[in-house]
Design a protein around this ligand. Structure first.
Ligand code: FES
Length: 128
C-alpha cells in the first residue's frame, strides 16, 4: 500500500485511528504523532484531496527536518504542493516526489492509510 492513496480497506488490530477524513478540510493537511517499535515518537501528516488522503513521515529528505514551521502548515500558498519550511523544497501531494529545491527527485516516505467508515487509520507502529 505504500505510495497509494487511502481507500476502503479492512481495519486490522495493528492500526490506530487518526481522525475522521472530514475533520481535515479539503485541500489542507494535518499532523499526527505516532510511535515506532521502540516507542519513539514519529511525526506524520495527512493531506486531504476530496474523498481521499495521502500521508507521509513529516521528515524532509534533504536534511531530515520536519516540513512545517507551525503545526499543520505544510502546503504552499496555492495549496498545490507540499513545501518544506527549511529550504522551500516542493513535493507533489500524490506521491511525495520533490519537484523543486535542493532534493529534486527524492521522495517523502509514504505512510499507508486505511479509510474505514470515514475514519483514517495508520499503522500502530511505524518503522523509522
Ligand atoms: S530541509 Fe527541506 S529543503 Fe532543506
Amino acid at each position: 500500500m505504500y505510495g497509494a492513496p487511502s481507500g476502503d480497506f479492512t481495519l486490522h488490530d495493528d492500526q490506530v485511528r487518526l481522525c475522521r477524513l472530514d475533520e481535515i478540510p479539503d485541500g489542507a493537511a494535518r499532523g499526527f504523532r505516532l510511535r515506532d517499535a521502540a516507542g519513539r515518537e514519529v511525526r506524520i501528516f495527512a493531506v486531504r484531496r476530496g474523498a481521499t488522503a495521502y500521508a507521509y513521515l513529516n521528515r524532509c529528505p534533504h536534511r531530515g527536518t520536519p516540513l512545517d514551521w507551525t503545526p499543520d502548515h505544510l502546503l504552499d500558498a496555492e495549496g498545490r504542493h507540499l513545501v518544506c519550511a527549511t529550504h522551500g523544497a516542493l513535493f507533489r501531494v500524490e506521491d511525495g516526489v520533490c519537484l523543486a529545491g535542493p532534493c529534486v527527485g527524492d521522495q517523502l516516505v509514504p505512510v499507508p492509510l486505511a479509510l474505514v467508515d470515514g475514519v483514517l487509520h495508520a499503522p500502530a507502529e511505524l518503522e523509522d
